[in-house]
Design a protein around this ligand. Structure first.
Ligand SMILES: Cc1cc2nc3c(=O)[nH]c(=O)nc-3n(C[C@H](O)[C@H](O)[C@H](O)COP(=O)(O)OP(=O)(O)OC[C@H]3O[C@@H](n4cnc5c(N)ncnc54)[C@H](O)[C@@H]3O)c2cc1C
Length: 424
């Protein structure tokens, strides 16, 4: 007798859960409401799919700011190296890019999806698309199956929920799993956008004068209402028509959301450093030296290598230095202000784009109510959770898909083994 397992949701978590459950001996049915499986996976990583990250596990966990420690257990069952082996064993070699990011060699996310589907076919998993789950069937103690939107019921010994978060809803991630989890006795922690561009009411953003300007290897800090730095990320960013975006902005975004939540009436101050290694005082001294050596030239010309022109003009304006002023005429006090802006230029944040526009949903099924090794519910026997539906979220860089595959695999294995003590 085989354990009957239903997996709801065919994103990376559900696809891997179904594979793992089948590999561990279950009879598996995978249900997804979309026309195709793996829709978000197919557009991930700019269509290239940053399938995992090759960092050492401790480092990997540091890149999962949303309950990363919980991942120690799922990673002990299926981790980033297992993901790499999985694809390589299926004939899909991966390549490593900067910061440990792993991509398929052919740069095609659809190959990743196809590989997972091939494996599911090979394992005889029943895959039903355009099949929307409407509710869970359960009694006091355990899960019984699922109710479909067309009214039919499907019984199962175990149900794995892999319905994802609420971000980018056209891929099918519309938050359907949250009310089912609540019905089964679970808590859903606050949902919020993360890995999302930041909005700013600042005049230089609203005027769009910096729109499209990108900065490389700068540092961005989020400060709290007491002016203390909460987090700093270093890397690249870009100014947009509504605020700022790019890798380090996405990483800072959740901290902006949290600070705004604590003090909804306050704007959050971000500090941009164009020179993350430099001290303000040493920049000031360099400016004073330039004033002595190149005093006849306009300040704008003397400093043209210091920052992209549009940003330099803004920093000069904010330091009350007309850009055509001869450098020798600039007061040291103004140069000090300029040095300050090169290392700590304030950008006010009034929020982020919406949860639907975010790359990732923060919050979800509380991990306190889920067994870390099995991803099984502590509230309802036979119910399992995996992927972004859980209150686990990571930075961009392959970490979210890694969490989805890992929790998917661990939950599939455990679900397949659900009835094993009873099946003889
Ligand atoms: C544009 C973009 C790029 C990204 N790039 C990366 C990247 O390169 N690396 C990375 O690590 N992360 C990336 N992410 C994040 C990553 O894609 C997600 O964290 C991951 O897809 C979550 O996987 P999941 O399986 O939990 O959920 P999802 O991928 O959201 O899948 C959920 C599935 O459940 C189905 N479903 C929902 N409700 C129902 C229902 N009622 N009945 C039946 N089926 C249902 C949906 O149709 C969907 O197929 C990216 C996200 C976006 C939006």
């Amino acid at each position: 007798m085989q354990t009957e397992v239903i997996v709801v949701g065919g994103g990376p978590a559900g696809l891997m859960a179904a594979i793992s459950a089948a590999q561990h001996g279950a009879n598996v049915t995978l249900l997804d409401k979309g026309k195709k499986l793996g829709r978000k996976l197919a557009i991930s990583g700019g269509g290239r799919c940053n399938v995992t990250n090759r960092m050492a596990l401790d480092e990997l966990i540091k890149h999962i700011p949303g309950n990363g420690k919980f991942m120690h257990s799922p990673f002990s069952i299926f981790n980033n190296e297992d993901i790499i082996s999985f694809f390589e064993d299926m004939g899909i070699p991966l390549k490593e890019e900067d910061m440990g990011r792993m991509f398929p060699v052919n740069d095609k996310a659809v190959t990743v999806v196809r590989t997972l589907l091939d494996k599911l076919e090979e394992l005889g998993v029943t895959m039903l698309t355009k099949t929307e789950v409407h509710d869970l069937l359960m009694d006091e103690d355990r899960i019984k199956g699922v109710q479909l939107a067309d009214g039919t019921q499907r019984e199962a010994d175990a149900v794995i929920l892999a319905t994802g978060g609420k971000s980018v809803p056209h891929t099918g991630s519309t938050g359907d799993g949250y009310p089912w989890a609540v019905k089964a006795g679970h808590t859903i922690t606050d949902l919020y956008p993360t890995e999302v561009p930041i909005t700013s009411p600042d005049d230089f953003i609203q005027s769009k004068e910096l729109q499209g300007l990108s900065l490389q290897d700068v540092a961005l800090s989020v400060t709290n209402h007491k002016g203390k730095t909460v987090i700093t990320h270093r890397g690249d960013m870009i100014f947009t028509h509504f605020g700022i975006s790019g890798p380090i902005v996405l990483r800072c975004s959740q901290y902006v959301v949290k600070e705004r939540k604590k003090k909804p009436d306050n704007l959050v101050t971000l500090l941009l450093s164009l020179y993350p290694e430099a001290k303000e005082e040493s920049l000031f001294q360099q400016l004073v030296t330039l004033k002595k050596d190149q005093g006849q030239k306009s300040i704008k010309n003397v400093l043209k290598a210091w920052a992209p022109e549009r940003l330099l003009l803004l920093l000069l304006k904010k330091s009350s230095i007309p850009s055509d002023t001869r450098t020798e005429q600039v007061a040291n006090e103004s140069l000090r202000q300029l040095a300050h802006f090169f290392t700590r230029f304030p950008i006010a944040a009034d929020g982020t784009l919406s949860i639907e526009e975010a790359f990732v949903t923060g919050g979800g099924v509380s991990i306190k109510e889920v067994h870390p090794k099995t991803l099984g519910s502590k509230k309802k026997d036979g119910l399992y959770f995996c992927g972004e539906l859980l209150d686990i979220h990571a930075y961009t860089g392959g970490y979210n898909i890694t969490c989805a595959f890992s929790t998917g695999y661990a939950s599939g294995k455990a679900a397949a083994e659900t009835l094993q003590p009873f099946i003889q």
